[in-house]
Ligand binder design. Structure first.
Ligand code: GRF
Length: 204
């Protein structure tokens, strides 16, 4: 049994996860990288770290269902029990969500529910806010909407540039994500109880 990491980009979170999993001897190792973007930097990292790669562009498939069914066949072959998204720039569809209910986790570079979607670091930086951060959450059918498991704040200081703020966010990600995934795999964390439904809150 193992963990599959899905990534589309440079793969710095993927590398942090693999290093942490090996150093801390996770019971379920990272046994597969799934990448939707041939040429992405993460592929070089996976080769160097000797993690098996599954990579094809979704454009080669008739639709999302066909693409995810192809992925699912490989996940079964690798006996994957949980999926970790690390900069995977694609919404997970019903085929994978139904095969892995509450077994898919994601990292997002803001304090959700603020700044969901793409370019979250830049959106926070361009807003008059003093604090943004990083969120780890379970994946549902929405865009960055699933139940939150862990968050860490990152200050936007007066002399920060977008680049320096971005660096701080990535450093926070590389600490928070591996630790949180390890606890999640071990069954030590889950979403907290929510006592007020958002629609009730609005009436008050
Ligand atoms: C990270 O900021 C992650 O939060 C977001 O995409 C970025 C991926 O970076 N979803 P990397 O490819 O892990 O370096």
């Amino acid at each position: 049994m193992g963990i599959a990491v899905f990534a589309s980009g440079s793969g710095s979170n993927f590398e942090a996860l693999v290093n942490h999993s090996r150093k801390n001897r996770w019971a379920d190792p990272i046994c597969l990288l799934v990448c939707d973007c041939p040429g992405a930097g993460v592929l070089k990292r996976a080769e160097r770290l000797q993690v098996p790669i599954l990579c094809r562009s979704p454009k080669q498939f008739a639709d999302k269902k066909a693409y995810e069914t192809w992925i699912l066949d490989h996940l079964k072959a690798y006996q994957v029990k949980k999926i970790v998204l690390a900069g995977y720039m694609r919404l997970i569809g019903s085929t994978l969500l139904e095969a892995y209910p509450d077994q898919i986790i994601n990292i997002h570079p803001s304090l959700l529910p603020a700044f969901p979607g793409k370019n979250a670091i830049e959106k926070a930086f361009r807003h008059p806010v003093c604090v943004s951060g990083v969120t780890v959450h379970l994946v549902d059918e929405g865009m960055d909407t699933g139940p939150i498991l862990a968050q860490v704040p990152v200050e936007i200081e007066r002399d920060d540039t977008l680049e320096s703020f971005e660096q701080k966010i990535h450093q926070a990600e590389h600490r928070l994500y591996p630790e949180t995934v390890q606890k999640w795999i071990a069954g030590e964390i889950g979403p907290r109880q929510v006592h007020i439904k958002p629609e009730e809150e609005e009436k008050n």
